[in-house]
Design a protein around this ligand. Sequence first.
Ligand code: DGL
Length: 271
Amino acid sequence: MVQDLTYRPIGIFDSGIGGLTVAKAIMHVLPHERIIYFGDTAHLPYGDKSTAAIQAYAVKICDLLIRQQCKVILIACNSASAAAYELVKEYVGSKAKVLNVIDPTVSYISQTYPGKTIGLIGTKQTINSNVYKKKVDELDKEITLKSLATPLLADMIEEGFYNDSISESVIHAYLSNPELQHIQALILGCTHYPLIKKQIEKYYKGNVDVLDASQIVAQNVKAFLEEHHLASDKLVGDHKFYVSDFTRSFEESTRIFFKRQVHLEHYPLWE
Ligand code: DGL
């Protein structure tokens, strides 16, 4: 019997466990969708890797997600979305729909902030790729994008430093950078950053909108599934969480990003 396409899972991947913030937001707005999550913990951080390396990892991960019959593959990592989205889309072809975390955010700011100045923070890979700026400029909404690479933030969060004085100092040091002044909104361009959203809002004292991309992306995935008649009407099977390198500490950290612990299965990309 041919399996109903709508009951196939959504594949979500990230360099590690940061993308769980996106998976969590998706499970909240789409409770009937089954998730296959892949965290490439053997190769994190992606933020410091070359475009070619990230592309090679992404293709391997997509092989797994295609074998698992995913109807949609969401690149839940800004660095991988910047480096590998076009290539992955071509590679996957008609086997699954491919989505990224950058396009929904760009589309949201172009509708909400035409003519305004917007800030962006993310990894070195995301910022140096200039992908956000290219996509924003293409939409021709006279938005000025000011961006700053903030490489310490992802590691800081993974080490459990958030909502404390250490994270407050690091956040202050980055956000007071001259490059990020006079902005109306700030895009959190890394899937780790929803965890420090409250602290960033506190820094701006309500004067700057802080945009949590995981919420924007989840709404976008919902609209996409409905538009393409791919939305499931009931949860069939269990969610799965794979990592390419397993340590107990990764499993413990899932609680930070997912608000509950999940069972991680070890799945090496290269045997
Ligand atoms: N999750 C990645 C992103 O959204 C950041 C972490 C990394 O550098 O691997 O860009």
